[in-house]
Design a protein around this ligand. Structure first.
Ligand SMILES: NC(=O)c1ccc[n+]([C@@H]2O[C@H](COP(=O)([O-])OP(=O)(O)OC[C@H]3O[C@@H](n4cnc5c(N)ncnc54)[C@H](O)[C@@H]3O)[C@@H](O)[C@H]2O)c1
Length: 215
């Protein structure tokens, strides 16, 4: 990678996968160029933000021409390390975990759940969505050193103890679907995805900030 990733604001970095997904669709439909207005309409990010985001990577667009789809796509592929597969583990093969194993993430990027753990004897030793499920007791022995990202889909009370073990084993990032708020050292990154909170906030916004249909 030839740009300094640390200089990209986090808000910009978070939008990159969104841009990447849209550009991939454009590319497969045979489109060669795209304007920031078209991009804006598709990804629902205003065009000034898009231009600013792209400016962090150097001048990628030309006035009156827009952006070259092939160029952008290969640029984002490199930036997002899409040429490399990132292997991820999943802990907790219940309702949510099972859905993720079946979905996996290969369609949109090169992130793949390559192994899962649970404590339920009915699940251990099986393959779900092609992903082997191991006994959590064997985590330290089985988890490969190159797996540094974990998805947590266990009941909340189990989350902290599992997190502690994952960190000792070398996990650097956790996508936490449990409602538990996890204590981790500063160098560990946690992304919380709390669906209940998101839903509640949507309902709240609908009630208190109604969208004016005329505007
Ligand atoms: N199901 C949903 O739609 C949903 C939505 C949002 C958040 N969540 C959260 O995601 C988590 C999982 O939800 P679910 O509905 O899949 O639950 P679930 O009960 O269906 O599955 C939990 C799984 O974790 C396993 N497990 C329990 N203790 C464990 C441990 N110590 N180590 C490893 N595995 C263990 C269980 O055997 C089971 O397979 C919960 O924290 C829940 O609050 C679920």
């Amino acid at each position: 990678m030839n740009i300094e990733q640390s200089k990209i604001p986090q808000a910009t970095a978070k939008r990159l996968p969104l841009y990447y997904r849209f550009l991939k669709n454009l590319h497969s439909s045979g489109k060669q160029r795209v304007s920031s207005a078209e991009l804006s309409d598709a990804v629902k990010v205003d065009s000034a933000t898009i231009r600013r985001d792209f400016s962090y990577f150097g001048a990628l667009g030309k006035k009156g021409y827009g952006y070259n789809v092939n160029y952008l796509l290969s640029f984002f592929r490199k930036t997002l390390d899409q040429d490399e597969t990132t292997n991820v583990c999943l802990i907790g093969v219940g309702n949510l975990g099972t859905a993720f194993l079946h979905y996996n993430f290969t369609k949109n990027n090169n992130t793949v759940i390559s192994l899962a753990f649970d404590i339920d004897k009915e699940k251990i030793g099986k393959e779900i969505g092609g992903v082997p499920v191991y006994n959590l007791d064997d985590l330290e022995e089985i988890l490969p050193d190159d797996v540094t990202v974990a998805i947590l889909t266990v009941p909340a009370p189990a989350a902290q103890a599992i997190t502690d073990r994952l960190i000792v084993k070398g996990i650097k990032g956790i996508l936490n679907f449990t409602p538990a708020r996890l204590n981790v050292p500063d160098q560990i990154r946690i992304h919380h995805i709390d669906l209940a909170v998101e839903l509640q906030s949507l309902v709240y916004f609908l009630k208190h900030y109604p969208i004016d249909e005329k505007s």
